[in-house]
Design a protein around this ligand. Structure first.
Ligand code: C2E
Ligand code: MG
Ligand code: MG
Ligand code: MG
Length: 287
C-alpha cells in the first residue's frame, strides 16, 4: 500500500506527497502501537468486561447478559473493541485474549451465582481465529471444569463471516459445543452473505438480528418485511430471536407485534459495569 500511496502522490504533486505519507505514517504508527499494546494488555490487567442485559420482549424479564470487552490502554486511553478485536485477530493474539475473556466471565458469573443464588445466561463473543484454534473446545471444557460454571448458562456468539471461510469445520465445532450443553448464537445476522439458506444447516440456538436492520424498522418498508420474515423463518427452524441495538419504543413495539423473543439495546439498557450487574442480581434475588 506504500507503493500505491507513492504513485497516487506523484500524480498529485509534491504537497500532496508530504501530506498523504505523513497521514499514512501516523496510521501505521498507531496500528503498531495498538498491536504492541495488545501483547501486554492481559498481563498488565488493562482489559475488563462490561455486561449488556438482554430482555424478554413481552415481559421485559431478564434473559441474561452479553459480555463485551473493554481496553484501557495507558497513555492512549480507551480503545473500542471494534478497533482492537480485528487487530487482535490479524496478529493471532486474540487466542490469548479470548481465553482470558472466557476465564474472566465464567469466574465472575460463577461468583455472582453463588452469592445471589440466581443463574442467568451469559453470552460471550468468539472470533473465527479463536474458534478454529485447535485447542478451542478443550480450552472451553477446561475453563468450565475449573470454574464450575454450568454450561447450560453459557452462550457463545459467532458471526456469519465464520461460516464463509470454514463452513464444515465450524459446523463440527458448533456440534461439539452443543454436545457440552453450550448454547450457540449467530451474531450480526444479515450483515454477511451466508444468510437464510445457511440457517437450516446450522445447529444454532439463537439468531441475533443486526442493529442495521433494527435501525430501519418503520423507516424502510421493505425492512419491516425482512425482519418479520427472519423472525418467522428462525421460529420455524426452532431458533430463538434476539434483536440487537433496539433504541426506540416503536422498534420494540414492532418486534413485539411480530413475535421477536428477546431484545437488547440502549432503550432498555446500555452495557453495565460491575456494580450495576450486582444490582441486577440483587433485584432478581428479591423477586
Ligand atoms: P456485537 O457483538 O454485535 O455487540 C453489540 C455492540 O453494539 C456492542 O458494541 C454494544 O455496546 C453495542 N450496542 C448495544 N446496544 C446498542 C444500542 O442500542 N445502540 C448502539 N449504538 N450500540 C449498541 P461494542 O461493545 O463496542 O462491541 C463492538 C463489537 O466488538 C461487538 O459487536 C463484537 O463484535 C466485538 N466484541 C466486543 N467484545 C468482544 C469480545 O469479548 N470478544 C470478541 N471476539 N469480540 C468482541
Ligand atoms: Mg455479540
Ligand atoms: Mg451483534
Ligand atoms: Mg454488531
Amino acid at each position: 500500500s506504500a507503493d500505491i500511496a507513492m504513485s497516487m502522490a506523484k500524480k498529485s504533486g509534491k504537497n500532496f506527497i508530504q501530506f498523504y505519507t505523513y497521514e499514512m505514517q501516523l496510521e501505521i504508527l498507531k496500528r503498531l502501537q495498538i498491536e504492541n499494546g495488545l501483547l501486554y494488555s492481559v498481563k498488565n490487567n488493562e482489559l475488563y468486561m462490561v455486561y449488556q442485559p438482554m430482555y424478554h420482549c413481552e415481559t421485559k424479564a431478564l434473559r441474561g447478559f452479553e459480555a463485551l470487552a473493554r481496553w484501557k490502554y495507558p497513555g492512549i486511553g480507551f480503545v473500542g473493541p471494534s478497533q482492537f478485536i480485528p487487530i487482535a485477530e490479524e496478529t493471532g493474539i486474540i487466542v490469548d485474549i479470548g481465553k482470558w475473556i472466557i476465564h474472566e466471565v465464567l469466574t465472575k458469573f460463577m461468583e455472582l451465582q453463588r452469592r445471589y443464588q440466581f443463574s442467568t445466561i451469559v453470552s460471550i463473543n468468539i472470533s473465527v481465529v479463536q474458534m478454529i484454534d485447535s485447542s478451542f473446545v478443550s480450552m472451553i471444557k477446561d475453563v468450565i471444569k475449573e470454574t464450575g460454571f454450568d454450561s447450560k448458562y453459557l452462550e457463545l456468539e459467532i458471526t456469519e463471516s465464520v461460516l464463509i471461510s470454514y463452513p464444515e469445520q465450524i459446523i463440527d465445532i458448533i456440534k461439539q459445543l452443543r454436545a457440552l450443553g453450550i448454547r450457540v448464537a449467530l451474531d450480526d445476522f444479515g450483515t454477511g452473505y451466508a444468510s437464510l439458506s445457511y440457517l437450516q444447516m446450522l445447529p444454532i440456538n439463537v439468531l441475533k438480528i443486526d442493529k442495521s436492520f433494527i435501525d430501519k424498522i418503520n423507516i424502510e418498508d421493505s425492512m419491516n418485511q425482512i425482519v418479520e420474515h427472519i423472525i418467522n423463518l428462525a421460529h420455524r427452524l426452532g431458533i430463538e430471536v434476539v434483536a440487537e441495538g433496539v433504541e426506540k419504543e416503536e422498534q420494540l413495539n414492532f418486534l413485539l407485534q411480530h413475535g421477536c423473543d428477546y431484545i437488547q439495546g440502549h432503550l432498555l439498557s446500555a452495557p453495565l459495569e460491575d456494580e450495576l450487574i450486582i444490582n441486577q442480581f440483587l433485584s432478581l434475588q428479591n423477586n
